[in-house]
Design a protein around this ligand. Structure first.
Ligand code: SF4
Ligand code: SF4
Ligand code: FES
Length: 645
């Protein structure tokens, strides 16, 4: 389709809306109700443009480009129309810019500066509507700022598929509310604050905290679950105030879930461990890092010398970056230890194997089969893809077993399997049942953030040189039998999250020298001999592996607390004391890239090599996901205190 926009020849595919066609020449047409992912609504009329041959101005958001069209997005007529539209919007809009959280990133403010007349002929007082209305646990609504563009309502309907928000009342009195009056609450509520073109919807966690020009922005990867959404961390004077979505992110599709968006206040928690703690005569005393490394290394060396390397083990990886997980297994293997695992919960496998695919491929599947625990809770943004596929007609199947699922999908030739990685036999049975389907894509929604990275980096008992050691469960058995002298836990809390927390607690209590690297004094840390204060993902650099196999950069946006260290730094300190040389940073980076590529094809869905004692633990689809990363950071997040429950 060839047309001219502002005198510039433009070529676009058939069906392209003028508002999108203008973007190809970097001409931005003002919009309020239109959004690329929500489509046109034709409610606000700010996007009017002049089209040659048409007597009246047309809305660019709902006018399709046609051959030979000549469009003017600027000019006297257009600008006069925009000024009128803005005048109508501002008739009842409060003069809130000086205190509004959206000030500096508000479309109404920006377009008013660009197009409005600056004066008004309206002499009547403005209509007053309530301010700071609590819409739900996360969102506050300033009703008088709302311009009723309905983006929030349409997000809830089209993207989140929740249909909680509606427009109530009529004309100048219309307001946004939930249809039932119940609090607005689901996994994706925070997105409406970014979609709202004005300051009507704000997050409780950010309200009155900052202005955009005071923020330092860092693009990074969310580590709260296995998906790996891109996000922007906004920091003011050393405090992480909010995280924002990245629109062009192929993984998140431009959305964040509430867990990823709001669970950021734990960095400020007074409960954070600030100093290495050593248990002396039954109670913890603060010690320096050098002493911590000496004690840790001595315990490992003594155990190896006296009882052999099988008396030492390490569990962790899902909270760590790839580089840290690599260094962890490398160091322990170099010391002769092969009791290594990231699994301290019920999940057995995180790598989907050869049928793994980027997350967006879910959208084109004809049928989506979910196996085990709810992916909605474990990997929320993944679920938005499933909903998107369903809107396009994909069949969503939750069946009692593989045979039933195979029958349910009928003649579908492309199937996406989303598994919780818990029951290996079940995983294998599904892949076998679908062996006649021409395209089977597999995804594992993990219970730990970077579980897939931990596996790729070799944090598994069988995944490295030195022969197979014990897996997590077998290490607990060995501990209960008094056969484990030193156990190091990195960001895992088996005393709370193991498949049998009581048995795991009994096990780790019997370990003479338990080391726990954590942000908080978790149930497991309370029984440790040595507790090491760790860093969270916003405080360190590295990479993680996304659910679809993408290598993702994690960038620090916060200065690390003075006395805490990254797991990588801890491992370097331990390596020094053990007299083991870790590879240099560049070598580790290279190894990470190689191992990521290898892991993508090395494992199969329901791989027998992951099998251990009691691997077939059925979850019956129960939604009991526990994100282990960060040691249960939700519990230590003062920002979230009002949102829980
Ligand atoms: S609250 Fe915001 S997004 Fe929702 S209708 Fe009002 S202005 Fe639009
Ligand atoms: S889906 Fe996962 S990675 Fe994405 S924002 Fe939510 S918690 Fe973070
Ligand atoms: S953006 Fe076109 S009518 Fe609202």
């Amino acid at each position: 389709m060839n047309l001219t926009i502002d005198g510039v020849p433009v070529s676009v595919p058939e069906g392209t809306l003028l508002v999108e066609a203008a973007k190809t020449i970097k001409q931005q047409i003002p919009i309020y109700c239109y959004h690329t992912k929500l489509g046109p609504a034709g409610l606000c009329r700010i996007c009017m443009v002049d089209i040659e041959g048409m007597p009246k101005l047309q809305i660019a958001c709902n006018t399709v480009a046609t051959e030979g069209m000549v469009v003017r997005t600027q000019g006297e007529r257009v600008e006069a129309a925009r000024a009128v539209v803005l005048e109508l919007f501002l008739v009842n809009h409060p003069l809130d810019c000086p205190i509004c959280d959206k000030g500096g990133e508000c479309d109404l403010q920006d377009y008013a500066v660009a197009y409005a007349r600056g004066t008004s002929d309206v002499a009547d007082p403005k209509l007053r509507k309530p301010k700071a209305v609590e819409l739900g646990p996360t969102i506050v609504l300033d009703e008088e700022r709302c311009i009723v563009c309905q983006r929030c309502v349409r997000f809830d309907d089209i993207i989140a598929d929740e249909r909680q928000l509606v427009v109530k009342d009529r004309g100048a009195h219309d307001i946004i509310a939930t249809a039932t009056g119940a609090p607005y609450r689901h996994n994706f509520t925070g997105n409406v604050t970014e979609l709202c073109p004005v300051g009507a919807l704000t997050s409780k966690t950010y309200r009155f905290k900052s202005r955009p020009w005071d923020l330092t922005r860092t693009e990074t990867t969310c580590t709260q679950c296995a998906v790996g959404c891109r996000q922007v961390a906004d920091v003011r004077y050393g405090k992480l105030l909010r995280t924002m979505l990245v629109e062009e992110d192929p993984i998140s599709d431009g959305w964040l879930c509430d867990r990823g968006r709001y669970n950021v206040g734990f960095y400020e928690s007074p409960d954070r461990i600030v100093q290495p703690l050593y248990r002396k005569d039954g109670s913890f005393v603060q010690i320096g890092w050098d002493d911590a490394f000496i004690l840790w290394a001595k315990a490992i060396r003594d155990a190896i010398d006296e009882r052999g390397p099988a008396s030492v083990g390490a569990i962790g990886g899902g909270r760590l970056t790839n580089e840290e997980a690599f260094a962890l297994q490398h160091l322990f293997r170099a010391a002769g230890v092969t009791n290594l695992d990231w699994r301290a919960g019920r999940q057995r496998q995180a790598t989907p194997g050869a049928h793994g695919a980027p997350i967006e491929r879910i959208e084109s599947a004809q049928a989506i089969v979910t196996i085990g625990e709810s992916p909605q809770e474990r990997a929320p943004v993944l679920w938005l893809r499933v909903r998107k596929a369903a809107r396009r007609g994909a069949q969503i199947v939750t069946a009692a077993n593989a045979k039933e699922a195979r029958a349910a999908i009928g003649g579908a030739t492309s199937v996406a399997l989303i598994w919780d990685g818990v029951d290996l036999d079940e995983g294998r049975a599904y892949v076998e049942a679908f062996s006649d389907v021409s395209e089977v894509l597999t995804y594992v929604a993990s219970e730990q953030g970077n579980a897939r990275g931990a596996e790729a980096m070799g944090m598994l008992p069988f995944a490295g040189p030195g022969g197979a050691g014990l897996d997590g469960e077998a290490m607990f058995d060995a501990a209960r039998a008094g056969d484990l002298a030193v156990l190091s836990l990195f960001g895992v809390n088996p005393a709370r999250n193991a498949r049998d927390p009581k048995a795991a607690t009994r096990a780790i209590d019997r370990v003479p020298f338990l080391v726990v690297s954590e942000l908080f004094m978790t149930e497991s840390a309370q029984g440790a001999a040595l507790v090491l204060p760790a860093l969270g993902a916003f405080e360190k650099h590295g990479t993680t592996l996304g659910l679809g196999g993408e290598l993702l950069p994690v960038n620090a946006s916060l200065a690390a607390p003075e006395s805490a260290r990254s797991d990588f730094e801890m491992l370097c300190g331990l390596a020094d004391q053990l007299g083991i040389a870790l590879p240099d940073a560049r070598e580790i980076e290279r190894s990470v890239v190689d191992l990521v590529a290898k892991a993508a094809t090395d494992f199969t869905f329901g791989d027998a090599r992951f099998a251990t004692r009691g691997s077939a633990i059925a979850t019956n689809g129960a939604a009991s996901a526990a994100i282990l990363s960060g040691g249960g950071t939700w519990r230590h997040d003062p920002l979230l205190a009002g949102m829980r429950g």
